[in-house]
Design a protein around this ligand. Structure first.
Ligand code: ZN
Length: 456
């Protein structure tokens, strides 16, 4: 088996008007993602009441059809009730909202390649989506809200094509109670205060996968940190955590400069770190934003490894996004290796030393995991992160530092804002080696046993 070979689904007409049996877009998440159109833009106009966790919205999804079909589906949680749907400015002939799918029948048939603009009005009490990886999506905090949607939580707050290969620009407008600070992806283009309510409008112009779309609402203050780095960086957090934050995140500007040197230009206009007043089990990546919990500010830099991990996702995951969830090591293996690179570049143990130690621990674990196709239940398993990072390290050893870092630069430039697969990476890597890398990929990505490291 060749790692990274894309699975292309086919749609099979089972006879009958509009009845289709369709292979899932992604076998790891068979319920989500939709066929027949490509979204280019989402415009979300939302109102949120913090005290009652009530969300009301109007979403306009702009797309181009890729097939002539009678109806089009969007992912949308049943926690939200749809009140009106229009297509290209006229009321939809029909719509149905069942099992997390909003199916829309336009009044007039749209040819393939035609414009599809769907406006959906909806409201409800948003709840996270439950799955094998815990609860993801819109979640209430003690005071405010957090959105962390990897992998399928976007449908908990807006109608979407909830698959990472579907990337689009976004405008997110949120009206909420005035005392709260709101962060969403991209640039704040407008803020309008009206007595008890404030409207915040954010524009995300670089393409973004739906799981990376986010809204953060809380009793936060926003501050610019690091005024002399090439990338504008902000911190958004409760006032009470400021002293600890200033200590724990002090090396972030240096980290940003290190990663730009090692990976290539930072892909977005700015970078914001949000720290919630609540504790969070794990930090969360969003496009241009990372979200940490109050517990990640311990005043001892105890989470600096995670600060590096989340920042690295801006290149590996957010700018370059997997085309199917089986390629998850392209996100987590690289972000984990970035932790080791940060250590090496900031006076800590070298990546080689960390790799040797991690390899010893991994050798003692039962190995039934195939890194290039771990399966849906294991896709966020710690072994994907650690073996993924070891794979990147094995490649670095094989190529040598000059070629390895040149490859990383070309990888992040060639596929900037795009969709990537394992095969895209192995194909590109082949240009940086005189010898075939096939044995390396077979061992690390396809094999079930842990290959030895060459440099330890
Ligand atoms: Zn990660």
């Amino acid at each position: 088996m060749k790692p990274g070979k894309a699975t292309t689904g086919k749609s099979i007409t089972a006879g009958g008007a509009g009845k289709f049996y369709e292979e899932p877009i992604d076998p790891y998440l068979p319920g989500v993602g939709n066929r027949g159109y490509r979204v280019s833009r989402y415009e979300l106009d939302l109102t949120y009441k913090v005290a009652s966790n009530r969300l009301a919205g109007k979403a306009t999804v702009t797309a181009a059809t890729t097939q002539a079909r009678t109806k089009f589906a969007f992912d949308l949680s049943q926690s939200l009730a749809v009140s009106k749907v229009s297509v290209n400015g006229t009321r939809a002939a029909k719509y149905a909202h069942q099992n997390g799918k909003l199916t829309v029948t336009p009044a007039q048939k749209i040819p393939s390649g035609g414009a599809l603009s769907v406006t959906v009005q909806y409201a409800g009490t948003p709840k996270p989506v439950r799955g094998p990886w815990g609860e993801v999506g819109w979640e209430e905090l003690s005071e405010g809200a957090i959105v962390a949607s990897q992998p399928n939580g976007a449908a908990s707050w807006f109608p979407c094509d909830d698959h990472p290969s579907s990337k689009a620009s976004y405008q997110i407008s949120i009206t909420t109670d005035s005392p709260y600070h709101v962060v969403a992806n991209g640039a704040l283009v407008r803020k309008q205060v009206r007595a008890s309510h404030t409207t915040w409008v954010y524009e995300q112009s670089e393409p973004m996968a739906s799981y990376l779309a986010t809204v953060q609402i809380g009793p936060y203050e926003r501050r610019r940190v690091a005024t002399n780095t090439p990338v504008v960086m902000h911190a958004v957090l409760p006032q009470r955590l400021r002293t600890r934050f200033d200590h724990d995140f002090a090396r972030q500007p240096e980290m940003m400069e290190t990663f730009i040197r090692l990976f290539g230009p930072y892909p977005f206009a700015d970078y914001t770190v949000v720290v919630t007043d609540d504790e969070l089990e794990i930090p969360v990546e969003a496009q241009g934003i990372s979200v940490f919990g109050a517990n990640h500010c311990d005043g001892r830099r105890g989470s600096e490894r995670l600060v590096a991990h989340e920042l690295a996702h801006q290149w590996f995951g957010n700018s370059l996004t997997l085309g199917a969830w089986r390629h998850i090591w392209l996100h987590e293996g690289f972000a984990c290796y970035a932790e080791w690179l940060w250590s090496e570049n900031s006076g800590g143990p070298t990546a080689r030393e960390i790799a040797a130690q991690v390899h010893r621990t991994q050798s003692g674990l039962p190995y039934d995991l195939v890194l290039g196709d771990p399966g849906p239940t294991l896709m966020f398993d710690d072994r994907v992160y650690k073996r993924g990072a070891l794979t990147v390290h094995a490649l670095r050893t094989e190529l040598g530092d000059d070629n390895f870092f040149a490859l990383l630069h070309e990888w992040t430039a060639k596929y900037r804002y795009g969709t990537v697969t394992t095969e895209d990476f192995t194909d590109l890597a082949a240009h940086y080696s005189d010898r075939s890398l096939r044995p390396l990929w077979d061992g690390w990505l396809v094999g079930r046993t842990l290959p030895a490291l060459r440099d330890v």
